[in-house]
Design a protein around this ligand. Sequence first.
Ligand code: AMP
Length: 396
Amino acid sequence: MIRSVDQLDCHGKRVLIRVDFNVPLNDAGEVTDDKRIVESLPTIRAVIAAGGKAILMSHLGRPKGERNMKYSLRPAAERLSRLLGRPVPLAPDCIGDETVAMVNAMQPGDILLLENLRFHKEEEANDQTFARALAALGDVYVNDAFGTAHRAHASTEAVAHLVPERAAGYLMLKELRFLGDALRTPVRPFVAILGGSKISGKIDVINALLDTCDTILVGGGMMFTFFRAQGKQTGASMVEDDRIEMARNVLDAAVAKSVTIALPTDVVIADRFAADAATRTVDADAIPADWMGLDIGPETQKVFSDIVTKAGTVVWNGPMGVFEMEPFAAGTRAVAEAMVQATKHGATTVVGGGDSAAAIAQFGLESGVSHVSTGGGASLEFLEGKELPGVAALEV
Ligand code: AMP
C-alpha cells in the first residue's frame, strides 16, 4: 500500500519532499517552462498548511556529480517563491553542516530548497551513506517526483527505506492513478497512439500494449520499419534495418491477439530533412527513392482521428511526424485535436511525457486532455508494465 501525503501527520515535523524541478532553462538561466514546479504546489501547500517544515530536494540537468552552478536550482527557488508568494531560501548544498543548520532553524510552515542533488555522484549511484545524510534532514519523506521514479537513486529509492514514515505526493498519486487506471481498468475501446523516431525504443511498450489495447495507431519514424516488414519501399525515410523482423513479429502477434494495428495509408514526403524542403503527399506504398516520409498524410489523419474520437481510453506516446517543423506538424496536431474531442465525449485521455507533452503544449491543447504526464521515461516504463523503483520504495 502507498500512503498519500495527507495521511501523514506533518505538524511540526521536518518533511523531506523529493520534487522534480528538472525544468528547462534558457541561456540567461531563466525557467522557460514551470509546469513541473506548478504541479508540485498542491503537495508543498498541503505540507505547510499542516504545519510541516517543507524541505525540498531535486536534481536539475546532468552536472555529472560535480558542483557546476550552471545547474544550480536557484532559478527554480525564485520561480517557486514567486508562485507561492513567500520566500524560498536555497541551501548551498543538499547535505553538510550549513544545510543542516538551515534545516534546524526552520519554523513550522517554512520552506527550504536544497541545492542540486546531482552535484554529488552518490545520488545517481543510490549510495547508502549519502542517502543516510539526506534522511537525517527529515522526520518523514514524501516523493512527488514522478519524472524520476523510474530511477533507483539515493533521493528516490535508498532514502525511502531510511526514514520512519513515507508517502506519495499529490502529483505522484495523480500520475499513478491516470496511467494505472488506463492499463488496469480501461474503458473500451482502448486506443494507443504510438509514434516517435524509432521502434527500438518503443518495442517493450508495444508488446505490453498488445495485451491490453484494442487498437494501436502507429505513426512517426517507426512506421517505415513496419512498412518494410510489409514489403513496401520507403525511399530515404528513416528505417531501422535490424528491427524489420521485430516489426513483422509485432504485426503477427497483433493478429494472434486480435489487436488492430493501424498503419498510415498515406504520408507527407520531403526531398530533404528541412522545414523548407519540397513536399508532397503520396500513398504509403508509393514513396519515391530519394524522398523521405516526415508525417502521416491527410487520409491517415482522418482515419486515426475517427478511431481516437470513438475511444473510451486513449494513451499517446510519440509524435506522428517531425512536429518541430511546421510542414510536418499536421499529423501530430490532428491526433492531439482528436484526443481533445474524445475527452469532450467522456473518454480518459493520457499524454505520455517527453515529446508528446512538448507537442500538445506547442499546440496549446494541454488543458483539453485528461492528463499530461510530467515524466517521459517514467511514463513509458510504467506503460511497459515495469515496476518503478521510486514507487516501489514507497510501499508500506
Ligand atoms: P522519440 O524520442 O523516439 O519519441 O522521437 C521523437 C522524435 O521523432 C521527434 O523529435 C520527431 O521529430 C521525430 N520524428 C517523428 N516522425 C519522424 C519521421 N517520420 N522521420 C524522422 N523523425 C521523426
